[in-house]
Write a protein that binds this ligand. Structure first.
Ligand code: MN
Length: 422
């Protein structure tokens, strides 16, 4: 697949995250404006709320879906409407050699705003949040640290995409500060816990899959049906309090250690944009039960990296570079498994992939793994070392699927740690 050229010139470079091939969906304000739905194109955003209001682009006949600053109503229209809307949008923004008068450009110009002047907001209402544990390397690393290499993977791991139900209420948009959590801590040397600020605060590099349309209670989905239901993806940082987690997690799994915040990147990159970058899940170590088998490739070739900024953002260091195709289970498998009990899924359901770690140390998706539980701190700047995150640290995650002369970028997922409120 090649770059599709747009009359928006900044969309035609190999550097931009947002060529016409991408068209990710977001919500923006500019100056004191009301929040509107928009699509990113090059270094601009196109206001689709106004396009709908002026009847230039209408996703639903005799109704409005963009009169609220979220994409949920649009998502509920389903896959056919998503494709039709994307086709229309592509045609409007495409460079057309026959259009010597630049008709589309003259009509649409006033609906474009410079991205650098915009503030981006949550692109959809998160109805529920589930987080998984689906990277082989991550599960293996964490298991080795806690249980030793012989018992690294729990016996169910190669059969079930393991997950827990998280909090939708604390999913926040990139750029929002994250307050270090307080919680129950019990050092191994003590008999009883105390209450205090988390000392092992961490990030988790993940991809979030967004469920586009709802299912009724009692409905189960095949992996193909599940794949059809996924609307798009965001980069997700599942902030984690490792010390709180270590004390609380048995037997029901993580609770407060994962409830502080989950940061998502501001653009929903659609499944349609990622289509040319599909990749199969790795070879199975044990055969999966039939309901989890995939008929086609359902992972994607997406490069992901994490940079830590210390000293008020003055010092930058890339600490991780990995790829989403390292996952053992795809989002489609996770969603199929999620419905296997008849669990109803909702429009705006967010599924965290689980920490994405590759096989080598420079590909680990958390500080827990990078510093090996704090035993081998990593250098972040001129012999300044880190085992876990400190107040003032900024974590910046980026990602892109790389084509020949274009990329499908996700924008940035940024969060700064601020001190605990004691
Ligand atoms: Mn996680």
């Amino acid at each position: 697949m090649a770059l599709i050229k747009s009359w928006v010139k900044s969309a035609n470079t190999s550097q931009t995250d947002f060529p016409l091939n991408n068209l990710p969906y977001g919500v923006f304000t500019i100056s004191d404006s009301e929040p509107h739905c928009c699509v990113a194109i090059g270094d601009m955003v196109l206001d689709v709320t106004l396009l709908e209001a002026e009847q230039i682009l209408i996703p639903k006949i005799n109704d409005k879906v963009f009169d609220e600053p979220y994409w949920n109503s649009f998502m509920e229209l389903g896959p056919e409407s998503w494709q039709l809307f994307r086709n229309n949008l592509t045609n409007l923004l495409k460079q057309n050699p026959d259009d010597t008068k630049n008709k589309n450009e003259s009509i649409l110009k006033k609906f474009l705003k410079p991205q650098k002047e915009c503030v981006l907001h949550m692109p959809f209402v998160v109805s529920e949040f589930t987080d998984f544990f689906a990277s082989y390397h991550h599960a293996n690393n964490v298991g080795t640290m806690f249980r030793g290499p012989e018992n690294a993977l729990p016996p169910n791991w190669l059969h079930i995409p393991i997950g827990y139900n998280g909090r939708a209420s604390t999913v926040i948009i990139s750029g929002t500060d994250v307050q270090r959590p307080m919680g129950q801590l019990k050092p191994p040397t003590e008999d009883i816990p105390y209450f205090g600020p988390c000392k092992r605060f961490d990030f988790e590099l993940e991809l979030g899959a967004i469920v586009g349309t709802s299912t009724e209670i009692g409905t189960t989905l095949s992996t193909q049906e599940a794949d059809n239901l996924i609307f798009g993806y965001v980069i997700l940082n599942d902030w984690s309090a490792r010390d709180i987690q270590a004390w609380e997690y048995q037997p029901l799994g993580p609770f407060q250690s994962k409830a502080t915040a989950t940061t998502i990147s501001p653009w929903i990159v659609t499944k349609a944009a990622l289509e040319p970058f599909r990749k199969p899940t790795p070879k199975r170590e044990k055969p999966l039960l039939p309901y989890l088998e995939e008929k086609g490739p359902m992972l994607y070739d997406i490069d992901l990296s994490v940079t830590i900024e210390t000293n008020h953002g003055k010092n930058l260091k890339q600490i991780t570079n990995t790829n989403y195709s390292e996952m053992y289970y795809s989002s489609a498998q996770q969603l199929a498994h999620h419905t296997s009990s008849g669990c109803a899924m909702s429009c705006g359901d967010l599924l965290g992939s689980g920490t994405i770690s590759g096989p080598t140390r420079d590909q680990y998706g958390s500080m827990l793994e990078l510093s090996w539980g704090g035993k081998n701190p990593i250098e972040v700047h001129n012999s300044e070392m880190r085992s876990f995150l400190e107040d003032g640290d900024i974590i910046r995650m980026t990602g892109a699927a790389n084509g020949e002369n274009y990329k499908i970028g996700f924008g940035e997922n940024i969060g700064k740690i601020i001190p605990a409120k004691k």
